[in-house]
Write a protein that binds this ligand. Structure first.
Ligand code: IPD
Ligand code: CA
Ligand code: CA
Length: 265
């Protein structure tokens, strides 16, 4: 795919995501307890996630014929192919169901297993973050960059708390304790895709979490990289997509923050 085609597809993906954002906004506050299913410990889903996914699949298939899908809710057959969309139709389901205003839609496109496009819509502020490979990163059409900060004491850190996999909680809370002493503070927004985009646009300096899936991070990771930031797994290599652990960090704090991660995990 040429850069021009990719740019156009990125714009189309933003338009598609926006129509699904309207749907999420319309459904906010309408889901009854009977309509909530528990997939596994603390992992909830409703018709809203599934319908949003179906809407995305239908429109993205039309935008890129012959593309295949890897999606959280598996409303379509999961396949591998040259062009594969990786989708989280509602990232922050718990927030959505509790009417807490941080949730998003995350869509990435891979070509031969390399991520080439990422779009995340943070629904409540109507902020569309996007990037395509070697094309830079954008927030509603304005270029974004990670924060220029190399002082840990000035850094605001994002994380996601463990909520079903408690095996590494000792290491996690030890690092958490260190960070509340040594940084400006820690936030837990409840949408991994938004956490990553906030690193990309400089609102957060760094973000870390374990037990995530590819659909939580695929789009956001490319947006961080295209904004000049770095994304790793906890061991410092590139296995963050399927490795179930991720660190995103601005350039200035890369060395210090990765050393902290590696000395704890
Ligand atoms: C969750 C959110 C949350 C993170 C969880 C994810 P979901 O995604 O990204 O911030 O802490 O690990 O599973 O289930 O709302 O799509
Ligand atoms: Ca998610
Ligand atoms: Ca989800």
């Amino acid at each position: 795919m040429t850069q021009t085609e990719l740019k156009l597809l990125c714009q189309q993906t933003c338009e598609i995501i926006n129509t699904v954002g309207d749907f999420l906004r319309d459904e906010l506050g309408k889901v009854s307890n009977q309509q909530i299913e528990t997939k596994s410990l603390n992992s909830l889903v409703s018709y809203v996630d599934k319908t949003a996914e179906e809407m995305l699949v239908e429109q993205l298939s039309a935008a890129l014929p012959n593309s295949v899908f890897l999606t959280e809710e598996e409303t379509i057959e999961q396949q591998k192919g040259e062009f594969r969309w990786i989708i989280d139709p509602l990232d922050g389901t718990t927030n959505f169901l509790h009417q807490i205003p941080v949730f998003s839609i995350s869509v990435a496109l891979q070509q031969n297993e390399e991520t080439i496009l990422g779009v995340v819509l943070e629904v409540n502020r109507n902020e569309c973050f996007s990037a395509f490979k070697n094309g830079g990163a954008f927030l509603n059409d304005q270029p974004i960059k990670v924060k220029a900060n190399d002082n840990l004491s000035d850094a605001l850190i994002a994380t996601g708390f463990p909520y079903y996999d408690f095996e590494r909680e000792e290491a996690y809370f030890k690092l958490f304790r260190k960070l509340i002493h040594d940084t400006r503070g820690i936030r837990r927004l409840g949408s991994a895709a938004v956490d990553l985009c906030y690193v990309a646009c400089g609102r957060f300096d760094a973000y870390f979490e374990y037990s995530l899936n590819s659909w939580d991070v695929a789009a956001g990771a490319l947006i961080v990289q295209e904004a000049g930031g770095h994304v790793f797994d906890f061991s410092g290599v590139n296995e963050f997509l399927f490795g179930k652990e991720i660190v995103a960090v601005n350039d200035g704090l890369k060395k210090e923050f990765m050393e902290l991660i590696q000395s704890h995990f």
